[in-house]
Design a protein around this ligand. Structure first.
Ligand code: ZN
Length: 87
C-alpha cells in the first residue's frame, strides 16, 4: 500500500478522531510532513475524507485537520462538542 492508502485506512480506523497533518505524519511515521499534506489534499479532492481547519483531537491545536466521512454519524453532539468540531 502507498502512503495515501495508509492515511485513508488510518483516518477510517480512527473515525472518532480529528487529526491534523502533523499528527498523521507522526502516527504513520512518515518521513515528510509534506507527504501528509499532499495526500490528504488528494483524498479530500476525491471526496474520500473531510478536511478543514479544526481542533486536532490528538495535539489540541487548531490547524488543517482530517477526519473520516463516517465521523459525523458515529459521534453524538456531546462528542462533537468535545472534539471541537465546527461542522
Ligand atoms: Zn494534531
Amino acid at each position: 500500500m502507498g502512503i495515501r492508502e495508509d492515511i485513508l485506512v488510518y483516518i477510517n480506523e480512527n473515525d472518532n478522531m480529528i487529526t491534523c497533518d502533523d499528527c498523521i505524519t507522526r502516527k504513520l511515521k512518515l518521513s515528510r510532513r509534506q507527504a501528509a499534506y499532499q495526500k490528504c489534499n488528494e483524498l479530500e479532492s476525491r471526496g474520500l475524507i473531510n478536511r478543514k481547519t479544526n481542533v486536532c483531537s490528538v495535539c489540541g491545536k487548531s490547524k488543517k485537520c482530517n477526519w473520516s466521512k463516517n465521523t459525523i454519524s458515529n459521534i453524538g453532539e456531546k462528542k462533537k462538542y468535545l472534539l471541537g468540531l465546527k461542522i
